[in-house]
Design a protein around this ligand. Sequence first.
Ligand code: UDP
Length: 237
Amino acid sequence: MEKIELMYEGKAKKVYSTDDPAYCIVSYKDDATAFNGEKKGTIVGKGVVNNRMSNFMFKLLEKNGIPTDFVEELNDRDAVLKRVEIVPLEVIVRNKAAGSFSKRFGVPEGTAFKTPTLEYCLKDDDLGDPMMNDSQIIAIGAATQDELDSIAKYTLKINEIMIDFFKQCKVDLIDFKIEFGRLPDGTIILADEISPDTCRFWDVETGEKLDKDRFRRDMGGVEEAYAEMMKRVGLDG
Ligand code: UDP
């Protein structure tokens, strides 16, 4: 399958049409943004890490019964995906407090939760992706009750699969963001990406951050952290 026309360019990816309207090709860039686009930069090699790691995770999740949009990896930066209509929600799962949760609720970073938390944010950059509850989502029609039920069920299962997998990589999965899409028949499937851009990964032993927080917080060692995560999941070389 080949790229035909650039349909959409986001902060970290480009999406192209193909000769088959049921599929698109995503191309991962090295561009990085944070704080709703206020901070901009480049993380050399990030596009390769995110493409390969996301494809790997989607395959693992498919094997474990989660439907996803992944079709085929074309090369280091490009993959074929099923074309979906994105449900305009960022779905965030947390196993330990960090980032905006710590700030908003005054819970120190690293505090373990008794149970994972599930939160939704409306995907709207102009509004700063505001948090939204189930009744608000259904009221404005961003998703239906049935869709939210599927999303919540898949998301908690994805969290369990990911916790187990990353534990084997000596990585503590602190939190992550995922997105879902609708196939033309309305079926809900996992979409977008799972990568160090969208997850918080802490080394199990040292607590060292191996994700985009190094970029957000100007900690240095950003490229090294992405490369280390690639190694941890067994994708280097
Ligand atoms: N996240 C993301 N995209 C966003 C916001 C958050 O991928 O636009 C991820 C982030 O990397 C982290 C989790 O979602 O793994 C929770 O992020 P949080 O709400 O704490 O926001 P942040 O502190 O990252 O702004």
